[in-house]
Design a protein around this ligand. Structure first.
Ligand SMILES: O=C(O)CCC(=O)C(=O)O
Length: 391
């Protein structure tokens, strides 16, 4: 059999795992092979009534994730790559710093809501810590980075839409918003938006976790109550650099991850599969799935444009979890303010792709609201993530 491209990174990754190298290699290969045979990948498709096709909904409900292929086209991916290159030049010189390498004010320097999260290269800064409500119960292996790796590198950018117009345009993607409507209802609400930055040889791990915090003991608990994330892939996603998930675990309630790791005999949780994507694919990933990613010891970068959505009933009148911003009560006014970003996303996208039919968000239609993308709108996004609907 021909040596597939991804094998070089699998070998490089395995080599970082010492006496577990063979086990890691086997896990990565088996996970890849299983992932690509699951019945949950293909283009976004709607039926003759405009509903997301039954096959897609059923596969998503069964596995807790669906890989939508070919959603972002080459022109859009090119825009995003250029924008990311520009944005990286605006990153501060180090954690907590306010200036860039050339001494200009850094991205986010004037923000009060959180934005860049840093890690040592190939670290697992959240694993086994109390951060993010302690939801990352175990610490993953932290492979040794090359001697010339930086001391710290950004790996998560919160509130990303205020820094990136191209990500905002992805947020306004008509088919993705239609999927959000189909899954979470016509009055669906935002959650938050982030970039996950996994540079080769540097990108940190995100230890196994489930995202939800608020509704595990709710009498209305079900497989969708904590919403989902779209994970749009700028370069693709592999067994080495991608998110791994435990299919079906979104229906299990709160999972004892320490026990799962113990029972699996290692951090390679039995039954997990990686999200295998080409550039332009977008994964819809249930937030209740057990998921995580290993440090990127391979050769390919992964940049994920993450954007989450909720059912309105999951956030209205709910006390926030405080995982992504200050805990606060989500009332109708706050949700309406936070939803303006949907209007700006649609408007920004219309400027770049005028031939595309824009999505119509029903709460705006009902209230006669319309949004323009201009300098005032841009300014209004400053610190918008202070209102993230973190549950
Ligand atoms: O992209 C990653 O590596 C982690 C993503 C994740 O944990 C999340 O979106 O909740």
């Amino acid at each position: 059999m021909a040596h597939p491209d991804y094998m070089d990174s699998i070998e490089a990754c395995a080599a970082h795992y010492g006496q577990d190298a063979d086990a890691m290699r086997e896990y990565l290969i088996a996970g890849h092979e299983r992932a690509v045979t699951l019945d949950n990948r293909g283009p976004i498709e709607f039926d003759e009534n405009g509903k997301l096709t039954r096959d897609i909904v059923d596969a998503y409900n069964k596995h807790g994730f669906y890989v939508f292929t070919g959603v972002l086209k080459q022109d859009e991916l090119g825009d995003i790559e250029q924008d990311l290159t520009r944005m990286k030049k605006r990153f501060p010189v180090g954690p907590g710093e306010k200036v860039t390498a050339d001494g200009s004010p850094a991205l986010g320097a004037d923000c009060t809501a959180p934005n860049l999260v840093w890690s040592k290269p190939l670290g697992d800064p959240l694993g086994g810590s109390e951060l993010a409500n302690g939801r990352h119960q175990v610490k993953l292996h932290e492979p040794k980075a090359a001697d010339d790796a930086p001391e710290a590198a950004p790996f998560i950018l919160l509130g990303s839409l205020q820094f990136s117009e191209t990500c905002l345009r992805v947020y306004g993607h008509p088919q993705l918003l239609k999927v959000a409507e189909e899954i979470n209802g016509k009055d669906f609400a935002p959650f938050n938006e982030t970039l996950f930055i996994k540079e080769p040889g540097i990108g940190a791990a995100v230890s196994w976790h489930q995202d939800g915090t608020t509704h595990w003991d709710s009498e209305d608990f079900d497989g969708g109550i904590h919403g989902f994330n779209f994970m749009a892939q700028v370069y693709g996603s592999t067994a080495v650099n991608g998110v791994w998930v435990l299919p079906g675990s979104h229906t299990l309630g709160k999972v004892d991850i320490k026990k799962l790791v113990e029972e699996s005999g290692s951090e390679r949780i039995v039954g997990t599969v990686p999200l295998i994507c080409d550039a332009g694919d977008v994964v819809m990933c249930n937030r209740q799935l057990v998921h995580g990613s290993f440090a990127n010891t391979g050769f390919e970068p992964r940049i994920t444009v993450n954007m989450g959505f909720h059912r309105r009933s999951s956030v209205l009148g709910v006390m926030g979890a405080g995982t992504h911003n200050e805990a606060q009560m989500f009332d109708a006014e706050l949700i309406a303010k936070r939803s303006e970003v949907i209007g700006y996303g649609i408007a920004a996208r219309r400027q770049r792709f005028p031939d595309e039919e824009p999505f119509e968000y029903q709460p705006f239609v009902e209230q006669g609201l319309s949004y323009q993308w201009n300098e005032d709108a841009k300014a209004s996004l400053h610190d918008y993530n202070a209102l993230d609907l973190s549950i």
